[in-house]
Design a protein around this ligand. Structure first.
Ligand code: NAP
Length: 290
């Protein structure tokens, strides 16, 4: 910082001198200033001190699945907070056409194959995984479970990675039986995370996430249903306690709230490790950012 300010000061001082010289020349036609001792005059420090130079980012965040719906909001939130952001997914940058995407370092890799994370983890201080998906039960177990378990293990073996946030999912009662691969995969990844990152592992368990999903240059607003449902179901908290069907009343949550809490959990050293449910996500997202 001191170096940058002193460079700015020197630049300002020599710039002022150049202007002085050229003014003398154009005014008199023949005279160049002989006031060379002006260089050594004390400069005006107060003016230089008003220049705002933001500190270089020291936190390096790796977003797994940064080109997906939740992942892209996480990348944007982290960039807004001044972090250095990189992402890894099977398709890399994919079809994202938004300006913030050019500020992310994109890696291509499949978390199901060993060593895919090796280079992407260099210099990384925290990881947020937004990798997950639907399909057959065995596919869902692999993407939600195995892929994330591989990432958690690789990150825990890198000395620099202090915090790891996993976007999991709330229980959905009866739906858990129909989507057993999805939930079993989620819970297996959670167990691995809380074991490997006992002090810096955070699991977020949202229900339905709404917001704007970008598909190429198209924007699909998922908030049309999500936002009113969130308001209604927030008031219906006791219904959540009903056996089997209760979890269906879990309120939806805005994708920006999920992204905000994920980035805070990944970077705030006093954010407590453990599981954060949808009500916790809503509560933390309303707190003022540090
Ligand atoms: N959306 C919701 O309402 C909701 C609700 C609760 C929980 N969640 C959870 O939140 C997370 C994010 O959801 P989302 O809606 O953002 O999903 P999404 O848009 O489908 O994003 C999934 C991301 O994972 C990447 N990915 C998938 N398989 C991968 C692999 N083997 N290796 C590397 N990257 C891989 C995908 O990119 P590539 O295809 O390019 O690899 C994509 O970037 C998921 O874990 C999901 O279960 C979502």
């Amino acid at each position: 910082m001191r170096t940058i300010v002193s460079r700015l000061i020197r630049f300002k001082s020599s710039f002022a001198q150049t202007r002085f010289v050229s003014a003398s020349y154009s005014g008199g036609g023949r005279y160049l200033s002989t006031d060379s001792n002006k260089i050594d005059e004390p400069f005006n420090v107060e003016e230089a001190e008003t220049v705002h130079v933001p500190p270089p980012p020291t936190e390096k965040l790796l977003v797994l699945g940064g080109n997906g719906f939740v992942g892209s909001h996480v990348c944007k939130e982290a960039l807004d907070r001044g972090l250095y952001v990189s992402s890894l997914s099977r398709s890399g940058k994919s079809s994202l056409q938004e300006s913030w995407a050019s500020r992310v370092t994109w890696h291509q890799g499949n978390l199901l194959s060993s060593d895919s994370l090796k280079d992407a983890l260099d210099g990384v201080t925290s990881v947020i995984s937004c990798v997950g998906g639907f399909g057959s039960n065995s596919y869902m177990y692999k993407i939600n479970g195995t892929a994330n378990i591989n990432a958690i293990r690789a990150a825990s073996e890198k000395a620099g990675v202090k915090r790891f946030v996993y976007i999991s999912a709330a229980d959905f009662g009866l739906a858990n039986y129909l989507l057993s691969g999805y939930y079993e995969g989620k819970r297996a990844a959670e167990t691995e995370l809380l074991t490997r990152f006992a002090y810096g592992g955070i699991v977020l368990r949202p229900g339905f996430i709404y917001g704007t999903r970008s598909v190429g240059s198209m924007k699909i607003p998922l908030g049309v249903f999500g936002s009113p449902m969130e308001m209604v179901l927030q008031q219906a908290k006791p219904l959540n306690q009903l056996p089997l069907v209760g979890p269906l009343f879990t309120p939806p949550v805005n994708v920006e709230s999920v992204a905000k809490v994920a980035v805070r959990a990944a970077t705030d050293p006093v954010f407590p490790p453990g599981i954060v449910d949808v009500h916790g996500i809503q509560r933390y997202s309303q707190q003022k950012s540090r």
